[in-house]
Design a protein around this ligand. Structure first.
Ligand SMILES: [Fe+2]
Length: 349
């Protein structure tokens, strides 16, 4: 069976295009993604992403999203101890493919999914689509993913070399649009999950969000660098959140059993049905081959010094700073508060 063409998700009212796939893959290939997840074995925590020397040294990679989550208590503004909130959003991630490098056999139909390529072309009207990465996220009961926008990429500025929160700020500032490399993101699910809805704001952060329940063999494709999104709490009524901290791993034991490990020490055990699993696909979207070549050859790259100069000039023009340059310790908060406009929390029903 060939997968259905994607439908355009609320194209007339949404500020951002969102393509929806149901089903994404044939039933057999869709089912193989669950086996692939188990076969991969062990998943580390995303919070262990590297940070960089210089501006914001020592801050978490996604300082922007973590800070907002801890301040607001998440989408529903829940008041919980700091350690609990940290455990809620310390989820697990591993990379299945990076560029052309396939890190686990069997991911190819997902990496090269033609429907994703077609929808990515339509997203920005850019015909040259180059898949960049495929990765999996795993959440255990009680975990959630703080509302955020993904880390975009600019010529010369990427997450490999510069702080992720700064790159997010760059995009929200709108000051570097001509250097941005548009990226399309497909998010797919291959089982049904209680809770853990994918919540996103296609009409902007001030408008009500949409909640997409996790249903097997479905996917959405959108500009997650611009559209705020997050994951609602995975159902924890039967299994309240386990205390989790950076450095833990989630490992498959076989037969649908999974274990959280702190070093070699087991911390918690779950059945597959209790977890939330998603696979994400990201692709660069180029206007033409010349643009792709220019990006690869680092023509007209930005430097981080020029980025900071421009941001500081804009802060001054807005009256946010006067006279002396803020210290490196003050600057991250100032930049995030000036440019990133998060959706306001709502009260839980
Ligand atoms: Fe995201």
């Amino acid at each position: 069976m060939s997968p259905k063409a994607p439908r355009c998700y609320r194209p007339l009212v949404a500020a951002h295009r969102v393509a929806s796939f149901d089903p994404l893959l044939s039933p057999a290939v869709g089912a193989s993604m669950v086996r692939l997840c188990e076969r991969y074995g062990a998943y580390g925590m995303y919070s262990e992403e590297p940070t960089f020397a210089g501006l914001g040294e020592g801050l978490p990679a996604r300082y922007d999203a973590v800070r907002n989550f801890l301040r607001t208590g998440g989408r529903f503004g829940r008041s919980e101890p700091h350690a609990v909130l940290v455990a809620r959003t310390n989820y697990f991630r591993e990379t299945y493919a990076y560029g052309d490098e396939v890190r686990i056999a069997g991911i190819e139909p997902f990496l090269r999914h033609e429907g994703f390529v077609e929808a990515a072309r339509a997203l920005y009207g850019r015909p040259v689509i180059v898949p960049a990465i495929v990765y999996a996220n795993l959440l255990v009961p009680g975990q959630e993913l703080a509302v955020h926008t993904d880390v975009p990429e600019f010529r010369g500025i990427s997450r490999k070399t510069h702080p992720q929160w700064l790159i997010v700020v760059m995009h929200h500032s709108g000051l570097f649009a001509e250097w941005r490399m548009p990226i399309a993101t497909g998010v797919a699910w291959f089982h049904d999950c209680a809770g853990g809805d994918f919540v996103f704001y296609p009409d902007g952060p001030q408008a009500p969000p949409d909640a997409h329940p996790v249903r097997s063999n479905t996917a959405l494709l959108l500009d997650t660098d611009s559209v705020f999104h997050g994951v609602d709490r995975v159902d924890e009524r039967e299994r309240p959140l386990t205390p989790l901290w950076p450095g833990m791993r989630l490992a498959a034991l076989g037969d649908g059993r999974w274990q959280v490990l702190d070093g070699e020490r087991p911390v918690a055990e779950y059945r597959w049905e209790e977890l939330r699993f998603s696979i994400s696909w990201k692709a660069y979207c180029f206007a033409d081959e010349a643009e792709r070549r220019g990006w690869r050859e680092h023509q007209a790259d930005l430097s981080v010094a020029s980025v900071l100069d421009r941001l500081l000039a804009d802060l001054a023009a807005r009256g946010v700073i006067r006279g002396t340059r803020p210290s490196e310790a003050e600057l991250p908060d100032l930049l995030i508060d000036t440019y990133v406009r998060y959706p306001a929390p709502v009260r839980a029903a």
